[in-house]
Design a protein around this ligand. Structure first.
Ligand code: ADP
Ligand code: ZN
Ligand code: ZN
Length: 731
């Protein structure tokens, strides 16, 4: 028997870039288990990443682990390797990285199996009439209402979301009156049971080729890019592959960009797969998340569908990883531990030795480049199955068109035709609110946010100006603060389009879908269901509407303003625009009716836009890749962005200048800046940034020398700074 390693190296959630050494208990401790350890003056929960025979610290200075919390590791060796790699690659404190991989309750030291406290009405409570208390004790009435809806008991989260803060004393009161009792409940599981009631389609030739390419190599790593036009049957390929993987007794991990996408996808998985399906997304409560995580960890779930952080879900029998809509930027975490779930999924599949399938109608330029370099294998689905065809796209020159309320004559006429034919119409505008500027006609003053270098957006329904960057809001100025001139809204938001449509199409019902109109839980699902039933004929929406939904009766799509994306400061804004246009266009003509897409623009000559409309996404992408190569941008080079912000204007730049001096001169690595961030002031803080660029082979060694020293820079504690590896936007 090997000697028991005496040292446990533990990840602890701190900003420090190293693990902490402790004396392991007699009998040792397994990497991947949680431990309670003394830390500072108190104690904390950490995760054993590895064990060792020796420490750089003297043995007498090492403290012992106080308690081992798990019989069975919460993370297996592959996840430990993945996370260790990620901490190194993204230059993040390991404690932060390991914390990101665990459900919050496990981080807090809860038992993997623990139950949850819930409150339930007693028999007397069920007889009590809430209305009798409504006047005298409205909070008690609300509590009774809440529990009446949850006859099996409601946990703290459920009660809090119904009643808000301060519900505990109310509940205690009802308990002491004998109306309510406390119970221990099993955690609710976000698991749905598959039915496998519906048979699959007969695959098209290209679908079959795609399935075979992966299915013949299920026992080895391989990265496949499923490049299929919208509606070409990518999901069908996922399903048939999942069936084979499940039949072999293995699990499938499916990453999706957003929670909004999950219901439809999960619905289809459920109808087709005979297994338990776990959903892991940001809308879950802590308890649900933990029990979903457990179902995966214990191998009870055959399919795990989740957003970004689900890439860290432990699996007992991993068989296949799918990343749907792989181009979506929400796979990149934008704060704290700034990882790319897509990129980590690739590594994870490689470590497990299983295939990875990246699907998209508009693959990222990075992935296409990986195909060119032979790292990924491309599987193409060039057409929609059956009679469905891709919509035709046309540019509308807004400088020549008659325009009414933001809509061109051609678009309005086309809408009339399609509506008269009994079809649905979709208008896309990626800007919520009524108007993006509140403007003085007299002197040109535009209402600014007082805390950001940004304009306030007018929200007419709410009667407020709101800042979309910091959340500030206020009453709109009735008159100009500079010249007392009359204020007016300028530019178009979804609310304003809705107003225009109501005026132009008085008899038609409208669904507006944006973050404002779908704030209430369930409202998005309701709207989508009404659209599916044809009860709403004109759909107006932001990019919420573009992702994954199928609207078979939509035959006309209008893109209200394509120019937002054309002239961004970020070199990648044209890629984003092209993806949006194609994805929105893809909602049209999905059934057996051809669709039409009209794109409003002030610059119909724009070269990339023309290639996109005329030749399609693949041609656009290769033109865009050529531009990137010529300019030396990713994916031909790699980027890292050091951001800093502070309430004091001079501090961020000073910090970044020191960081720059610290870097010195490095072959092949360019350091650009410091410069003010594209939005120099946000939420009252001044922001600046330093961009580091170079070939990956030069950048990685440079960063591993430089990044660990950043925290030591004079002034580093006086700014809030972060290092973003492979940033998805340069803001
Ligand atoms: P994607 O995921 O590429 O957008 P889907 O898998 O959702 O495409 O397929 C689009 C539509 O085509 C769906 O309604 C689906 O049921 C249908 N479909 C997919 N594959 C086939 C097939 N082989 N034969 C007939 N219909 C199919
Ligand atoms: Zn004015
Ligand atoms: Zn603001």
């Amino acid at each position: 028997m090997p000697a028991v390693a005496g040292i446990a190296r533990v990840a602890i959630r701190t900003p420090l870039y190293h693990l902490f050494d402790y004396l392991a208990p007699a009998g040792g401790v397994t990497p991947g288990t949680r431990v309670r350890v003394p830390f500072g003056r108190g104690e904390t929960i950490g995760l054993v990443v590895e064990t060792a025979d020796s420490s750089t610290l003297e043995r007498s200075r090492l403290k012992p682990v106080r308690e081992v919390l798990d019989d069975r590791p919460v993370l297996d060796t592959i996840l430990l390797r993945l996370l260790t790699w990620a901490a190194d690659y993204y230059h993040q404190p390991p404690g932060e990285v390991f914390a990101a991989a665990l459900p919050r309750l496990l981080r807090a030291g809860r038992q993997q199996l623990a139950t949850v406290t819930a409150w339930r009405l007693t028999a007397e409570g069920r007889r009590a009439d809430p209305d009798a208390r409504r006047k005298r004790a409205p909070r008690q009435a609300a509590a009774l209402d809440c529990l009446a809806q949850h006859t099996d008991g409601a946990d703290a989260e459920t009660i809090e979301s119904a009643m808000g803060d301060g519900w505990r004393p109310v509940m205690r009161r009802l308990e002491s009156n004998g109306l309510v009792t406390r119970i221990e409940q099993r955690r609710p599981e976000p698991v749905v049971t598959g039915e496998a009631g519906v048979a699959g389609f007969e695959l098209s030739q290209s679908q079959r080729d795609a399935v075979d390419a992966v299915a013949t190599r299920l026992d080895e790593f391989g990265a496949f890019l499923l490049d299929g036009v919208t509606g070409s049957g990518k999901t069908e390929v996922y399903l048939q592959l999942a069936q084979r993987v499940l039949a072999a007794g293995k699990q499938v991990l499916v990453l999706v960009p957003e929670i909004g996408l999950t219901p439809q996808l999960v619905g289809r998985f459920r109808r087709r797969l005979d297994t338990s399906i776990v959903l892991l997304h940001s809308g879950l409560g802590d308890s649900e998340r933990l029990s979903g995580w457990r179902a995966a960890h214990e191998g009870r779930a055959g399919v795990i569908v989740g957003t970004r952080s689900a890439v860290f879900t432990p699996l007992t029998q991993p068989g296949l990883v799918i990343v749907d809509e792989e181009h979506d930027t929400s796979y990149k975490q934008q704060e704290g531990f700034r990882y790319s779930a897509r990129d980590l999924a690739v590594l994870r599949a490689r470590l497990h030795g299983i295939p990875l399938l990246l699907g998209s109608a508009t693959p990222s330029l990075e992935s296409l480049h990986n195909v060119d370099r032979g790292r990924y294998e491309r599987l193409e689905l060039p057409a929609r199955p059956g009679a469905a065809t891709l919509p035709a796209m046309e540019l509308l020159d807004m400088r020549r068109e008659p325009v009414d309320g933001g809509l061109s004559g051609t678009l309005v006429n086309a809408m009339r035709e399609h509506l008269a034919d009994g079809r649905q119409v979709l208008l896309f505008l990626n800007r919520r609110g009524f108007a993006p500027a509140w403007f003085c006609g007299g002197c040109g003053w535009i209402a600014p946010c007082r805390r950001c270098d940004a304009r306030m957006t007018l929200h007419q329904h709410a009667g407020r100006l709101r800042c979309h960057h910091c959340g500030a809001e206020r009453q709109p100025e009735a008159d100009c603060t500079e010249c007392s001139g009359e204020m007016m809204p300028v530019g178009m938001g979804t609310e304003r389009i809705e107003e225009t449509i109501t005026r132009l199409f008085p008899g038609d019902s409208i669904a507006r879908i944006d973050r404002d109109s779908t704030r209430r839980r369930g409202s998005l699902e309701n709207l989508l269901a009404e659209i599916q039933r044809g009860e709403r004929r004109i759909l107006i929406g932001t990019q919420m509407l573009t992702k994954g939904h199928h609207f078979p009766d939509v035959t006309l799509v209008g893109i209200v303003d394509a120019d937002q994306g054309l002239f961004g400061t970020d070199p990648r804004s044209s890629e984003r625009l092209a993806q949006l246009v194609i994805q929105v266009a893809g909602r049209a003509g999905r059934a057996d009716r051809a669709g039409r897409v009209l794109i409003q623009t002030q610059c119909p000559q724009h070269p990339l836009l023309n290639i996109l409309v005329r030749d399609g996404y693949a041609e656009f992408a290769s033109a865009a890749l050529q531009e990137r190569e010529a300019a030396g941008w990713p994916p031909y080079t790699a980027l890292a962005l050091l951001r800093a912000e502070a309430a004091d204007e001079s501090l961020p730049v000073k910090f970044l200048e020191r960081a720059r001096r610290l870097a010195g001169q490095v072959d092949e690595v360019a350091i650009l800046g410091p410069v003010a961030a594209p939005m120099p002031r946000r939420a009252g803080r001044y922001r600046a940034q330093l961009l580091v660029q170079g070939p990956r082979s030069a950048l990685r060694p440079f960063l591993s020398g430089w990044a660990p020293q950043l925290a030591e820079i004079d002034g580093a504690r006086r700014v809030r700074w972060s290092l973003d590896i492979d940033p998805v936007d340069l803001f």
